[in-house]
Structure formats: C-alpha cells, structure tokens
Design a protein. Sequence first.
Length: 488
Amino acid sequence: MASTRPDAQDLSRFGYAQELLRSMGGFSNFAISFSIISILTGAVTLYGYGLEMGGPLEMTIGWPLATFFTLAVAASMAELCSAYPTSGAMYHWAAALGGPAVAWFCAWLNIVGLIAAQAGINYSCAQFILPFLGIPVSARNVFLMFAFTLMVHGALNHYGVRLVALLNDLSVTVHILGVAVIVAAVFLLAPRQPVHFLFSAVNSNGRSPYAWAFLLGLLQAQWTYTGFDASAHMTEETSDPRLKAPWGIVLSVAVSGVAGYALLIALTLAIRSIPGVLSAKDASGNAVPAAIAILQQALGAKFGNAMAALASMAMWFCGLACVTSASRGVFALARDNGTPFSAFFRRVNRKRGTPGPAIWAIVAASIAAMAWSGAIPVVTSLSTVALYLAYIVPIVLAVRARMSGSNWASMSVWTLGRWGMAVNVIAIVYTVLISMVLVMPPNELAGKTLGGVILALLLIYVFEARRKYRGPEWARTPVAAAIGETQA
C-alpha cells in the first residue's frame, strides 16, 4: 500500500487532521459500495414487487434503463468526489458549491436515507435468518433478530475497520459467485420459458395504464442502486482517494448492472407461473419471496433454500457496509458542528480509528425507523428518494457553478471532461422523475414521511441550526479556491 502521508497532507488542505484509519485500497473502496448495492439483496427482496407491477418486461427493460441513468448519477458524483475527497461526501460538495444551508439539508437527507435503507436491509435479513434457526417467523421474533443483527454490525464497525474491509472484500466474492451459480443452475438444470416471455407486459395488480405500473416497478432496481456514495464517505480511509474513490463509485454501479441483469434474466426465464410465484407460501403459511419461490419450483426445495441462505448472507454483508457508510456521514457533519451533541458524535477511538458514537447512533436510529414504518416497501421507497435527493443536490449546484464559470472541475483527477454538463443534466432529469414516481401509491406513506422529515429539518434549521451552524470552515474561506489552484 502506498504511503498515506500525501493523502493526509491533501486532507489537511481542507483543515482536517487524519483521524480515521487510512487502510483501504481501491478494491476495498469499491467493495463497500458494491456490498451496499448488493444485487442479491435487491433482487430477492423486491423481485416480487417488480414482477407484480410490470411483469417480465420490468426485468428485461427496467433494469437496463435504471442502470444507464444511475451510471449518469454515479459518474457525476465521482467527479465531485475527486474534487472534494472528504468523508462529508455530498454534504461537503454542496457546502463548497452552494453554501452551508443547502449543505446541512443535503447531509441530513443522506443520513435519513441511509438509516431507512439500513432498516429495510436488516429487517429482510432477519426474515430470512429465522427459518434456518428453527424460530417461528412472528413479527416479534423478526424485530428482535433485526435488532440483534444491527447490534452485531455496530460492534464489528466499532472494533475494527480492517475487519470490516476484509468482510466487504469477501462480500464481493459471495455476490459474484452466488450470481454465477444461480445463472448456471437455471440454464443447465431448470426448464425455461421461451425468450419472448421476457417481453411479456404483465401487470398483476391491475394498475392502469401499464406504463404507470412499469414506472412504479422501477423501485426494485432503484432501491438496489443506492448506497454507492459509500465510496465517497470512505475517502479519508482510502489511499489515493481522488482517483480510487471515484472509480469505486462508478464501478460498483457498472459491475452490479451486469451481474444483476444476468441474475434477473435467469430468474425470469425460470418462472413457471407468475400467479404461482407471487402467491407462494411455505408450510406454515408464511409468504415466500418470489425469487426463492421461482428457484424452489424450478430446481427443487433444496436449491431454493440454498438461495435463501445465500440471500441472507448477502443482506448481512450489505447491512454491515451500510452502518459503515452512514456513520461516516454522521461523523463528518458532527465534525463541522452540524448535529446535536456534536462534540460527542465526532469522537474517534484513538486506538481503533473508528467513530464509535456515530456508529451506535446509526444503529439506534435504524431500529427506531423500522419500529415506526413497519413495512419493507415503505422504508425502501423512503430511503431511495431521500438518498437520490441527497445525490442530486450537489450535482445541481455543480451545473450552476459550471454555468457561472467556476473551475471546480479542474480540482478533479477523475473527470468527465467536456461531457460533464451533459451527464449532469441527464442525472438531474432522471432523479427528479424517479423521485416523484416512488412516493406515489402504494408508497404514499414514504412520501408523507419524507415530507414530515423535510418539514422537521426546516424547523430545526430555522430555529436552531441557522444560528449555530456555519458549515465546514474550508468551504467558507478562500481555501477552497486555493485547493483548486494546488490541484490544477
């Protein structure tokens, strides 16, 4: 591993000391975003939702569409990450380009989105783990297992960033091999539908018109494509972050797009009956996730159970990485005095180099979020919209800066060059559209909850934060321009 001294010196230009342990290479930085995207988690958890809304065509066309436009968002974020390689990520990008008020809201949208995502991931994981332990899948037992899993993730993040990095590296292997095994088994052993089945526009819940149901079904892909900002949050723990972290953002989406599409096509071709898959139940009368039901019906109960075990493992890795990313967001905001009890939440364990209070705050908040919502589609929709709003705010500000003649892009080592403006605009238009769609019925509670969160943040900012919070010091002084001149 290259010396971290130049990276620490680069960080010092932003006015921050090297407090977090800088031990990640490029692969580990990619791995944390890839683990949070977690194609096995997204495909298994919401496959039934996408199938119900848009049928096989949702998988065949919806996933590539979402991948293309998400890559535009990821590439726009990667260029900003290269210009401002700090744990603040979108929050710091917004501060540099738009000022403290918009940065504060961006930070909290990111944190709220990650908390909701964490809740959905670990709750799904609990639902899959209980049957293997022979424990009844009651609401009480699922919630207790969910909370226990979060506590384990908190402990691992608290006591060793190196161990978490190794586990995230292992997660990549589990995901890629898992997808390869499933795809190979379907094409070699299972009876398959003809290729034209992939283009069947089936809407199983009666929503009209079909195009609207298809758009609603994009939640399956779009929730999967969240959390790739983790690579940006880990810049202060990554060597050569101006280059490796941007590649981590983009490659996590690109690799997930290819592997995820292979998985979805295999699962869809293995469907025997769409109604049978959507209504599948186990011997105890509990609903079976559609992806598991497909493999049980096509390859037998043992293979279906193996798929469930693989999915639960992927969800566990995904939840672990999500705690890592979210805690860095809290730490970065607290370091700039943007949270209540900032002095407490910005503490870093000197021996382990981890932000303990921020980690446990994320664990507690995720448990509270699941207790409030009580439903997976609600927290997945809420997390998707909140995160994409946090992603798009600095991109909008970047476009505004480009139009006003700012040279912020000259600070980037990883750059979009002359395509930057076009890619930014595509990312903005798509994010606005998908955010509007994903808070419509049946996910209106997500929209209402997000509206309540934004209103609460507005009140907190007006009556409290506005008087005390001034944003990161480097973003409100000439140092930001100096950084650009140094890197140019």
